[in-house]
Design a protein around this ligand. Structure first.
Ligand SMILES: O=P(O)(O)OC[C@H]1O[C@H](OP(=O)(O)OP(=O)(O)O)[C@H](O)[C@@H]1O
Ligand SMILES: Nc1ncnc2[nH]cnc12
Ligand SMILES: [Mg+2]
Length: 183
């Protein structure tokens, strides 16, 4: 990635606000909505995401957006690239036959689902979300897609919380690209 890319990332970073103690005490919340309330920043972000996908994942056939913030970006990049946009949602929200993946949370567990008809074995897909923290969401989504025999070429996020090392939990050495890294 060149200096134009770095300049655009710096501009995007300057637009993202953080909120201490949201939604709980001790959490510093990085709010992507604060950046995309502004039209030129929407364009800038879209341009960055599409640039990364064209450079790193030129053969990708579908982007998989994670509910809910991931949906914003999966649809916009899929539209520009002319590729499929597939949702992964929490249990009970997708109609038709679904494939499920149960994963552990700090307390209890959760279930992610994808529509069976949307995924075919070998499809080259890229997971998109706004942020990776512990990596629990992206890891579960990756495992769900691997169980469907999809070819997960990578994960793309706008923000990464480096100190939580969420990328280390993702199976099969699947690469993660983050635009912005926070310590
Ligand atoms: O790496 P992790 O520890 O899994 O955390 C990251 C995930 O958490 C947030 O989503 P959230 O579940 O809050 O839901 P939302 O997208 O609907 O706001 C964020 O949008 C990521 O999807
Ligand atoms: N610190 C954080 N800011 C925004 N979204 C998040 N999702 C998980 N952790 C988050
Ligand atoms: Mg989310």
């Amino acid at each position: 990635m060149d200096s134009d890319y770095e300049q655009k990332v710096a501009k995007l970073k300057s637009k993202i606000k953080s909120y201490p103690d949201f939604p709980k005490e001790g959490i510093l919340f990085w709010d992507i909505f604060s950046a995309i309330s502004d039209g030129p920043t929407c364009r800038l972000l879209q341009n960055l995401l599409v640039t990364v996908i064209r450079a790193k994942y030129p053969n990708v056939e579908a982007v998989v957006g994670l509910e809910s913030r991931g949906f914003l970006f999966s649809f916009s990049v899929a539209t520009e690239l002319g590729i499929g946009c597939l949702p992964i949602r929490k249990k009970g929200k997708l109609p038709g036959e679904v494939i499920s993946y149960k994963y552990d949370l700090e307390y209890g567990s959760d279930i992610l689902q994808i529509q069976k008809d949307s995924i075919r074995p070998g499809i080259k897909c890229l997971i998109i979300d706004d942020l990776i923290a512990t990596g629990g969401s992206i890891t579960a989504a990756t495992n769900l897609l691997l169980n469907c025999k999809a070819d997960v070429v990578g994960c793309l996020v706008i923000m990464e919380l480096i100190s939580l090392n969420g990328r280390s939990n993702i199976p099969n050495g699947i690469p993660v690209h983050s635009l912005i890294k926070y310590d």
